[in-house]
Design a protein around this ligand. Structure first.
Ligand SMILES: [Zn+2]
Length: 336
């Protein structure tokens, strides 16, 4: 829902409150404390008094928006503006759009990122998945994208040909994809061994992505992430030749592409996860000049949420639902 639609459908704060109530309880609001349907008439503050337990109750009580001072209509605008911002948004822009203070805009944005992260823990990936890491922080630097010096001409890699035909026999085919000509490698180091903050990601081709901010990229950590998010019995993992991936074949079918040699070989590439990293760079590094370790997981969660919802446009409704269905005490944002 865009901001024009919100203005038209919800001209008053009461309309907005009713929309949230409908999401939480359906037609008939209940007491947020004792679930009783026996409520007083709505007061001027749009709250109810419960005849059962005597408390003053409203739709935000015991939700992720518990004790918010912000009008729910403004929350709706904020959800809409943030969901529509495909390339990310700064809290400063949100402040201007909503005519609120900067600290409030920042707090609201972080809350929205927390709401975006709620289901990230339950994502499951299968089929052909690609795994890689990126490094955030430090000075802005150039990345590999399009910076090939020598276009890859013609070569064959017997080791990979063998893996490709092995996997073909069990029904796995790698599509080469359009616009992904094989590229020669450049600058393969990409920050490994630097002081930047690593983010590990796994993406299912044409599917969802998961990404996690981490302190170190160790083999143990990479494995744990695969086991948590990937259907290891029914998937093939593609990664580069980083040593952290070397024992991956003990838990999952694994194919490696040696980025020192080339980026793509007969559909063996990590282009999908690289595209996600490009989004992260645009959304995070493009919007925030300095990214602290403290906030990075939230920015990553926003990028993951938007990526995974790129095909169906119900992010706005999802955020409302996430806000309403999450009890205040359970609202502990996860690491994603
Ligand atoms: Zn009650």
């Amino acid at each position: 829902m865009n901001i024009i639609e919100i203005s038209e459908k919800f001209p008053t704060e009461l309309d907005a409150v009713k929309y949230f109530e409908m999401n939480r309880w359906g037609e008939k609001p209940l007491c947020a404390y004792c679930n009783s349907p026996r409520l007083s008439k709505r007061g001027k503050d749009l709250r109810f008094k419960c005849y059962e337990c005597g408390k003053s109750t409203s739709v935000t009580v015991d939700t992720a928006l518990h004790s918010t001072n912000m009008e729910l209509k403004k929350w709706m605008f904020a959800f809409s503006i943030v969901c529509d911002a495909k390339k990310g948004l700064s809290a400063l822009q949100l402040q201007r759009n909503l005519s609120i203070s900067y600290p409030t805009a920042l707090k609201m944005y972080h809350k929205m990122r927390d709401l975006m992260s709620i289901e990230n823990d339950t994502i499951k990936l299968d089929d052909i998945v690609e795994m890689d890491e990126m490094y955030v922080g430090g000075k802005p630097r150039k990345f590999n994208d399009g910076q090939t010096d020598k276009p890859f001409k013609k070569t064959s890699i017997p080791k990979l040909d063998e893996r490709i035909s092995e996997l073909k026999e069990v029904g796995v085919t790698f599509k080469r994809g359009k616009g992904n000509p094989a590229k020669s490698a450049l600058n393969p180091k990409r920050g490994r061994g630097t002081s930047k903050i690593p983010v590990i990601g796994i993406v299912e081709r044409n599917g969802d992505v998961v990404a996690q901010v981490t302190q170190n990229v160790t083999a143990k950590e990479l494995k744990a992430m695969v086991q948590k998010y990937v259907d290891v019995d029914d998937s093939v993992l593609i990664s580069d030749e980083y040593k952290g991936y070397s024992k991956m074949d003990t838990i999952i079918e694994h194919v490696k592409i040696d980025h020192q040699k080339l980026y793509s070989y007969k559909g063996i590439n990590t282009n999908s996860i690289e595209s996600f990293w490009a989004i992260i760079r645009r959304q995070i590094i493009g919007q925030h000049h300095q990214v602290s370790l403290k906030h990075l997981p939230k920015y990553v969660a926003e990028a993951v949420f938007k990526y995974n919802n790129r095909k169906i446009d119900d992010m706005f409704e999802t955020l409302i639902t996430n806000a309403m269905k999450t009890p205040k005490k359970e609202f502990i944002p996860n690491s994603l």
